[in-house]
Design a protein around this ligand. Structure first.
Ligand code: SDX
Length: 434
């Protein structure tokens, strides 16, 4: 970590009659942390922080978010500006390279993405081995992990990281679309160089030999926004997983595959699929969303109002507001403004935002609450919603893996623990066990 973040402030820890001092560091946005890297060697004690609610695992120059002020910046740029004024490819370049691309750089990046947009034909046959009901997320993590077998040179990232990043960004998009086509038994549609990143994805998903897909600019724009809004989010569970696995010097493909699996969880990226399933359940139940709100508030019921709440945002999630606007635009453009699920979502949001339980716990709609409605309007199946999240988060994962890999003080991640099991006991031979 750069010395410039060390401050002249110290934290004092009193243990018995001893007082220990620990340095305080301050980040570029004024966040402060007690630097406990010498704590155990000086005091013999460690800290305990289940879920890392209060623990920073690294310093990072990629993304800053302020949960109180509902701020989200990628490399210093406000998410509102990036979502409004950039394409996803531009933002992916920004996250990975730390700067917005010039026209020349962007053209070169687009060409690289095009050059690496298809997957080895041997990999296409992998799809034949998956059962038809296989989860697109399990297919995605398996295929991404398999990419290492076709591009082993990744083991020396200094030379090949840029190429590997382009391969991942482009091939993951193709794998996602191919997994959809395969799941339907439809012929594969290959990427086309004359289409933008998002238009290409939509074309690979929905074009067919009998019914050409008409590219709708409003849908392409909404997909760009959705992918940008999912681009990165500090040390969320899946990004922290990519860093954790990569810290053992695992190649980028396999580290990303681990991140895909972490994202799959319903408490994390899997929430966008669960939101849609919840809204469909409410619709099937005659629109009785109050029943679901009461379930979510019942301390004895494990049900949670999916799409609400966030570990960091204790005010609104800046991304959900942008997505809600894009949602209205897409539904209007596709002439499905009266989508009943949207009406239920808006009523659910309205009631929850005024309900004491949610207000007290500062639970607001998060990024996953409205995104599924757009994906569904575009025609993306519910079981692919989290794949879309992974597609958006990919540049963030790549940027964090590279930052960790290049960090001068990078170490293998190995948290400690406090043991609370049985004390040492005498061995019990089989005949004496009960
Ligand atoms: C993402 O980290 C990231 O940045 C993630 C993400 C990203 O971009 O990477 O933003 C993407 O994962 C968004 C979150 C998607 N998950 C969901 O929508 C699932 C539903 N939400 C939750 O389960 C929950 O809000 C979490 C997991 C998101 C956050 O949980 P925390 O921070 O661990 O908070 P908690 O579980 O300790 O909850 C605090 C209180 C509890 O009540 P009490 O014990 O105080 O009575 O709030 C309650 C919880 O029961 N609560 C909810 C709730 N979320 C929290 N109650 C009902 N419905 C909910 N959704």
């Amino acid at each position: 970590m750069a010395k410039k973040y060390v401050t002249d402030k110290i934290a004092e820890v009193r243990i018995g009659d001893q007082v220990f001092t620990l340095p305080v560091i301050e980040g570029s946005e004024g966040e402060r942390a007690i630097d406990i890297r010498q704590l155990r060697s000086e005091t013999g004690l460690i800290t305990l922080d289940s879920g890392y609610m209060n623990t920073g695992s690294c310093t990072s120059e990629i993304t800053f978010l302020d949960g109180e002020k509902s701020l989200l910046n990628y490399r210093g740029y406000a998410i509102e500006d990036l979502a409004e004024k950039c394409s996803f490819v531009e933002v992916a370049f920004l996250l990975i390279n730390g700067k917005l691309p010039t026209n020349k750089e962007l053209d070169g990046f687009k060409m690289l993405l095009n050059d690496h947009s298809i997957i080895h034909e041997d990999m296409v046959h992998f799809f034949d081995g998956f059962p038809s009901l296989a989860s697109p997320m399990s297919i995605l993590s398996s295929m991404v992990n398999g990419l290492h077998n076709f591009y082993p040179e990744m083991d020396d990232p200094k030379e090949t990281l840029g190429l590997t990043a382009a391969r991942l960004l482009s091939k993951v998009r193709t794998i996602a679309a191919f997994s959809y086509k395969k799941s339907k038994g439809y012929p594969l549609v290959y990427p086309r160089f004359n289409l933008s990143y998002c238009a290409n994805f939509l074309n690979m998903m929905f074009d067919s030999p009998v019914q050409p897909y008409l590219i709708n600019d409003v849908v392409v724009d909404a997909l760009n926004k959705l992918l940008i809004l999912h681009g990165d989010h500090e040390q969320n569970c899946s990004t922290a997983t990519v860093r954790m696995v990569g810290s053992a010097r695992v190649n980028l493909y396999s580290s990303i595959s681990a991140g895909i699996n972490a994202l799959w969880g319903p408490l994390h990226g899997g929430a966008n699929q669960s939101v849609m399933e919840m809204l469909e359940q409410i619709l099937a139940d005659g629109g009785n969303y109050r029943k679901f709100i009461d379930k979510a508030k019942d301390p004895n019921d494990p049900f949670r109002l999916v799409g609400f709440g966030h570990r960091v945002y204790k005010n609104h999630d800046p991304r959900s507001r942008i997505i809600k606007k894009a949602c209205d635009d897409v539904l209007k453009s596709l002439h499905v403004e009266d989508e009943p699920l949207l009406a239920i979502a808006k009523e659910l949001e309205e009631v929850a935002l005024n309900d004491e339980y949610f207000v007290e716990r500062r639970l607001y709609p998060n990024v996953d609450f409205y995104s599924g409605i757009i994906y569904r309007a575009i025609g993306i199946p519910t079981n692919m919603f989290t794949v879309m999240f992974a597609l958006g988060r990919l540049p963030g994962w790549i940027a964090h893996w590279e930052e960790m890999w290049k960090s001068p003080d990078a170490k293998i991640s190995r948290p400690r623990q406090i043991y609370t099991g049985p004390l040492q006991r005498k061995f019990v031979p089989m005949e004496e066990r009960e």
